[in-house]
Ligand binder design. Sequence first.
Ligand SMILES: [Zn+2]
Length: 318
Amino acid sequence: MIVEAVNFRPESFPPASCNRLSLHIPDTADVPLLLLNGSRPGKTLVVTAGVHGDEYEGVRAILEVVQELSPQTMSGRLIAVPVANPPAFWQGMRTSPVDGQNMARIMPGSSTGTFSERIAFTLAHNVIDFADFYLDLHSGGITYRMPSMVGYSTTDPRSTAAAAIFGASILWGHEQIAPGRTISYAASKGIPWLYTEARGAGRIHPQDLEMMKSGIYNLLRHLGILPGAPPSAAIQWRLQGEGDTDAGVTATKTGFLLHKVHLLQTVQKGQLLGTLVSPTGELLEEYRAEKAGIVGMVHEFPIVQPGDSLFLLADRDL
Ligand SMILES: [Zn+2]
């Protein structure tokens, strides 16, 4: 069923219903949306995936959870957007093939802006605005390798409490979030949030799918939308620090990346993280840790362009 995005009102759909919709944005795109209205009133969880088009774990997690859920057992509502950036998704690209923009850097967009900005505007005002709690499912995509983790705000107790029950074994707390992200928009509206990361590589690892699915179920229980309490989670790692993948150690040349460290390795200040070489093996650049920390992100795709963020270091907090 196609709905004009500006006219989407979740409460106009009947109780105890599962609705498979397309939000129509004029002259732009149709964004798929799944709406589950419970049989009783309650809170609204909004979940998005595919903000980056090359990250597929969250897409499948949403489709499977929606297939499994029975709206009759729900008090409240689940609004899920499995593919938030359809052109990027169909091309298997992180950014939009239409205008090259990164949807996670331009929120909340503009109704009169670029193609991507118009989608961002709809996600913000016609989807996220309905949330009592917001979850954005990401992974490393084709380019990066990320820990399978949940990210949260250390300054919002609602976000911190939700991270503790999500079920991920790695938690990454952020004091600040760069502007333009879906979660920074949610925060600006006073909506508590979480996001995930996972292995990526254009594949769906079964453990990452399970982490995201159980995370959605645990959040639904935590918010009272599903009955019962989430099981206690076994947390192995707590990381802290900036989580902006664009803000890591950055390449200034084109080349072939030789990694010298692996994800979640502890490194010392000055330690060699990787080298960039030419196709004949000549050294082009060296990358060293600007501080001691934990390797929280790796540019796993070995082809590197100038400006690419290659390694991101986190602080351990345990
Ligand atoms: Zn992403």
